[in-house]
Design a protein around this ligand. Structure first.
Ligand SMILES: [Zn+2]
Length: 207
């Protein structure tokens, strides 16, 4: 029904999370009728996106590539942060949610995925070597595990506690308050702030 070029755009939009076929079509038709600078800017920005934006070399947060080819995020650049406090999260969205709460004065480490035996994701699939290196290099003394309160999130927290307990770091878990199975991203800032302030040690698991 639509010209091929437009169908291609609709198909691409429809691949974005939360965008269905109808919305994709609405976007595409809107762009055709709107000021042409919008689609031009959109195209140029998207072309440059993967060249200039990538995960932070240190923590996995989203970062912009600098002139030297390094990508270091604003949190890692912030000298006022406590380098001995490290918050481990599953996804960048969780990091952003915690940052919005303003309760975290340390830095972060983004795992990128959770332990999930049912989906075939075992400990070897998690960046534990990188995490250990980070802890050693920065002289981290406390690791706050802020994985979501789901089965996989809890399993990951226990794994991290076991892996890190002999390294001289205190491992704590964010307090409940974020509903079980809930998404950190959608927890309100006060709840998330309290969950971080009320964290509890999980040093003694499996002893
Ligand atoms: Zn970073």
């Amino acid at each position: 029904m639509l010209p091929d070029r437009l169908t291609r755009i609709v198909d691409l939009f429809a691949r974005l999370p939360g965008v269905g076929e109808k919305t994709a079509q609405r976007f595409a038709l809107w762009l055709v009728a709107a000021d042409p600078t919008i689609s031009r800017e959109l195209g140029e920005s998207l072309t440059a996106l993967r060249e200039w934006i990538r995960p932070c070399d240190r923590c996995g947060n989203i970062a912009e590539v600098d002139a030297g080819g390094q990508a270091v995020c604003h949190v890692c650049r912030d000298n006022r942060r406590d380098p001995t406090l490290l918050c481990v999260v599953a996804r960048v969205q969780d990091l952003l949610a915690i940052e919005r709460s303003g309760a975290m004065r340390g830095r972060y480490f983004v795992l990128g995925r959770l332990l999930s035996p049912l989906d075939g994701i075992g400990p070897d699939e998690l960046p534990l070597v990188e995490l250990s290196r980070r802890i050693q290099n920065d002289g981290v003394r406390e690791v706050i595990v802020a994985t979501p309160p789901s089965v996989d999130g809890e399993a990951t927290a226990l794994l991290l506690a076991r892996e890190l307990r002999d390294r001289g770091v205190q491992v704590s878990r964010i307090a409940s308050g974020v509903p079980h199975g809930g998404d950190l991203e959608f927890a309100d800032q006060i709840t998330l702030g309290r969950a971080i302030d009320g964290r509890r040690s999980i040093d003694n698991v499996g002893r």
